[in-house]
Design a protein around this ligand. Structure first.
Ligand SMILES: [Zn+2]
Length: 255
């Protein structure tokens, strides 16, 4: 298949856009979800399930899932590279087996509170290796084994997911903190021009150190909602399943 081949996206749209949100932050519940529900947009919320209070932490997300959004797997422990977090323990210190246990325990907890359903995975801190130096290994194959899709981050030369050729176990996204509305719209326009799939990553909406302003986020959402023939806005798990079916591949369910 031609690397730039375009599927007939649902609803006659020119491209696919996924809005994703990491870490289960309060402003996602209080600001993003109500706005998106009002506009009929559905996104993907990647949740961690750390410690003993994970049931309480997941409770408010029941209504979010019922409204049609995806609750994705962001691991229990949110292991990142040591230098990303300025800590002396991180991905460099764990094995593939430990990472797999952490991911599957998160899956079990999400399933218990939010229901067992296909979901995508999100690499904490966009890191996708365990170990270091000669022992460093990618855990992308682990994600491919258990999920239909894993969301990472675009690198400097890669700005779109071309549906014919992107690695669904490690699709790229734009880290959208501090972006203005016009920048956010520009990322979506580029996807429409190429008939591709773009994924936008948010953390806080006016919350935390990597946040986006509410006015910019609202401008993006209102624009997407006004142009359904240009943008198919859907959760990551749904776009990945659509791409797999278009490629003639079996749709993966979580193991
Ligand atoms: Zn995270």
């Amino acid at each position: 298949m031609d690397a730039r081949a375009r599927p007939a996206w649902p609803n006659g749209a020119e491209c696919a856009v996924s809005l994703t949100f990491d870490d289960g932050m309060e402003s996602q519940l209080s600001r993003a979800v109500p706005l998106m529900n009002r506009l009929g947009l559905r996104g993907t919320f990647y949740l961690n399930t750390p410690g003993d209070a994970w049931r309480e932490r997941l409770e408010p997300w029941k209504a979010v899932v019922q409204a049609g959004h995806e609750a994705g797997n962001h691991t229990c422990s949110h292991y990142c590279g040591r230098s990303a977090m300025g800590r002396d323990f991180g991905l460099e210190n764990i094995t593939l087996e430990q990472m797999e246990r952490d991911i599957l325990e998160c899956e079990r907890r999400l399933g218990e509170v939010l229901g067992a359903r296909p979901r995508s995975f999100c690499y904490p801190c966009y890191d996708h290796h365990v170990g270091e130096g000669a022992e460093r290994q990618s855990y992308v194959p682990l994600v491919a084994k258990h999920f239909g899709c894993g969301r990472g981050k675009f690198n400097g030369t890669h700005h779109l997911n071309y549906p014919a050729v992107c690695d669904l176990a490690h699709v790229g996204s734009h880290a959208c903190e501090r972006m203005g509305g016009h920048e956010l719209l520009g990322l979506c326009a580029r996807a429409a021009d190429q008939g591709a799939w773009t994924v936008l990553t948010f953390h806080g909406i006016l919350e935390g150190h990597i946040s986006v302003n509410e006015v910019d986020f609202r401008e993006l959402c209102e624009h997407l909602a006004r142009h359904p023939k240009r943008y198919w806005v859907a959760p990551v798990v749904e776009v990945a399943a659509f791409v797999r079916a278009w490629r003639g591949q079996a749709v993966k369910s979580n193991s």
